[in-house]
Design a protein around this ligand. Structure first.
Ligand SMILES: *Cc1c(COP(=O)(O)O)cnc(C)c1O
Length: 342
């Protein structure tokens, strides 16, 4: 592989910038597990406010935010949870919803990683029938990852929440890329998180931090989340070092997500011009571009040899733009795809 890799594998590939490292070096720290790290405390207050919730807890990863939220909502008594077939807890959390929470998982279908209210409603169980599991939790991803970075429109979310209210479901928002949605749509993070009992954002994706996510909810739920955080080994000590990176990302790297979106749209438009590539550029709303070719595995390897890293998912190619890939990098990637397919 050539040295100069254009890394479109994921927005997790960002490296902490000089300014972020400076903020980390200067962070005030304390014992996070005892609630005594001032930088972590400040971060949690900022995220709770951003998401319009009472409280938040800092966790080592977004996956742990999902797993703890699922544990908060699901009782290991056959409770059933509803989420899209491509959702992260189904595809990429090692079966934790079953292993840690004892959840029954009902995958739902829908274009772009989004199901709709009617699809959810059709799966609701009869609470009076003791043969059936109990309907308990619905979760959505904003934006959808394997669905191609799509932004759930607020009206579609409202309709899903309406079904949740009717059937007494708990509600969870996987906001790994929630701030991509807010920058793309102009709606606030709190507006998207409204009506969800738990919601979280990731710092190690487009915000450019090395580690972490914050899970937000009511004071009561977050107090309970601390118990599961301890149980899963997620309590930390002088975590202000990494919380400082997260705060820096929130301060400096949110508005600029618009550049990643513009680069992704440029990439999608360029790909659509290449013979042998199948993509509808109109579906690219944020920083994720997923496309089809006849032999995705072969293209993936050729791109890697040409210095362009992408990911191969279910026989498709995914490219994710982020702050370490500029327009020139995207142009190089396009030339590499063209070269590999000609
Ligand atoms: C990345 C991602 C996660 C997990 O976050 P990590 O910080 O990598 O553990 C969860 N959900 C979605 C939609 C993601 O894209």
């Amino acid at each position: 592989m050539p040295d100069s890799v254009i890394n479109l594998y994921s927005d997790t590939q960002t490296r902490p910038s000089a300014g972020m490292r400076q903020a980390m070096a200067e962070a005030e720290v304390g014992d996070e597990q005892r609630g005594q790290d001032p930088t972590v405390t400040a971060l949690c207050e900022e995220v709770a406010e951003l998401l319009g919730k009472e409280a938040a807890v800092f966790l080592p990863s977004g996956s742990m935010c999902n797993q703890i939220a699922i544990r908060l909502h699901i009782r290991p008594l056959g409770d059933e949870m509803y989420l899209h077939r491509l959702a992260h807890p189904i595809t990429a959390e090692a079966g934790g919803a079953a292993a840690i929470s004892g959840a029954m998982v009902m995958p739902l279908e829908g274009e772009g990683g989004m199901f709709d209210a009617a699809t959810l409603r059709a799966r609701m169980r009869d609470a009076r029938d003791s043969h059936e599991p109990r309907s308990r939790l619905v979760a959505i991803e904003q934006t959808t990852n394997l669905g191609g970075g799509r932004v759930w429109p607020r009206a579609r979310i409202e309709a899903v929440l309406e079904v949740a209210r009717e059937f007494g479901l708990r509600t969870h928002l996987d906001g790994a890329r929630l701030l991509n949605a807010t920058v793309a749509s102009g709606a606030s993070a709190a507006a998207y998180a409204a009506g969800f009992e738990t919601a979280w954002i990731d710092f190690s994706k487009g915000l450019g931090a090395p580690v972490g996510g914050c899970l937000a909810g009511s004071a009561e739920l977050i107090a309970e989340a601390w118990r599961y955080k301890q149980m899963l080994g997620g309590s930390m000590r002088q975590a202000g070092i990494i919380a400082a990176a997260a705060r820096y990302g929130l301060q400096h790297n949110v508005e600029r997500l618009a550049e990643d979106h513009a680069n992704a749209k440029f990439l999608a438009a360029g790909l659509a011009e290449i013979d042998g590539v199948e993509i509808d550029p109109a579906t690219v709303e944020t920083n994720i571009v997923i496309f089809d070719v006849a032999d995705a595995a072969a293209l993936h390897d050729k791109l890697l040899a040409a210095g362009v890293d992408s990911s191969l998912l279910e026989g498709r190619i995914r490219m994710v733009t982020h702050l370490d890939v500029d327009r020139a990098g995207v142009e190089t990637a396009l030339a590499a795809v063209k070269g590999a397919l000609s």
